[in-house]
Design a protein around this ligand. Structure first.
Ligand code: DGL
Length: 286
């Protein structure tokens, strides 16, 4: 049977975000690809990315990607951050020899397939919305939809503090989401990987008729398709249940907090969190 002859590639998948947000994508990747080793970087020492100039975010993204490739020999990099995807995806893809996957295109196609009325919304950081990346990606999928975009400054900080349902975050959500309510959208893309952690609050504000779409699952499906196509999965098809995948977690900020909140947000896979500081040895600019 050809499946048993497939090449297997034990190298880990690398992924990064400014902090905890990329854990929404990590969860989807672990669930869909339980046999894959992962190295995750939460750049909590330098978060938030969303209010920084895109050029600065691009530098951070290049530094982390370079470190993942040089120090961890990753076989693929997931930019599990919309702001970094908007700022740097093209450059990262040109810079390194391994595939680099962002979250914007997978999210845009899910969003367009979720609408019935054609009135859709995207929320994201100031950097992501200002970059025009979603406006472009959605138009490339379907130019006839009516898209309303809104930046949501402040949401990321609530998540990083571990506050996803307080009255304060609810009040902020009512204010920031008002343009989406006015636009009568029926599907909203959570265009920042932190926002799925606020899904309950966002849904309370928008009501049950608005479908919330996150790019996490769609990104995991894209990664699986790429690994399958290049024959570089860790576990050969038909070889049975994968065993012993290793997940490594790095934070450039407070590692104890990353472990505590990370376990609450992602689950028990976050057992140990290792420190990383920039510039990291062995990385450097690509
Ligand atoms: N989670 C990130 C994103 O998807 C960045 C949030 C931030 O650091 O501002 O854009």
């Amino acid at each position: 049977m050809t499946g048993t002859l497939a090449r297997v590639d034990p190298r880990p998948i690398g992924m990064f975000d400014s902090g905890f947000g990329g854990l929404t994508v990590a969860r989807a990747v672990i669930d869909l690809l339980p046999g894959e080793n992962l190295v995750y970087v939460g750049d909590t020492g330098r978060y938030p990315y969303g209010s920084k100039p895109l050029a600065e975010v691009r530098d951070h993204a290049r530094e982390i990607t370079s470190w993942l490739v040089a120090e961890h020999d990753v076989k693929l990099v997931i930019v599990a951050c919309n702001t970094a995807s908007a700022a740097a995806l093209g450059e990262l893809q040109a810079d390194v020899d391994v595939p680099v996957v962002g979250v914007i295109e997978p999210g845009a196609s899910s969003l367009v397939s979720a609408t019935r009325t054609g009135r859709i919304g995207v929320i994201g950081t100031v950097g992501t919305v200002g970059s025009g990346a979603y406006q472009e990606a959605v138009a490339a999928v379907d130019a006839t939809v009516e898209l309303t975009c809104a930046a949501c400054p402040g949401f990321v900080e609530f998540v990083e503090r571990g506050d996803t349902t307080s009255d304060q975050v609810h009040v902020l959500a009512e204010r920031l989401l008002a343009p989406l309510v006015d636009a009568k959208i029926d599907a909203l893309l959570l265009g920042c990987t932190h926002y799925p952690f606020l899904a309950r609050t966002i849904s309370d504000v928008l009501g049950p008729d608005v479908v919330l779409v996150s790019s996490a699952d769609e990104t995991a499906f894209s990664v699986r398709a790429m690994l399958d196509a290049s024959g570089s999965s860790r576990v050969a098809p038909l070889s049975g249940a994968p065993r012993g995948a290793t997940h490594r977690w790095f934070s450039s900020g407070d590692v104890d907090w990353f472990r505590e909140l990370g376990r609450r947000l992602l689950g028990p896979e976050i057992d140990t969190v290792e420190p990383v500081t920039w510039p990291a040895s062995g990385g450097g600019d690509v």
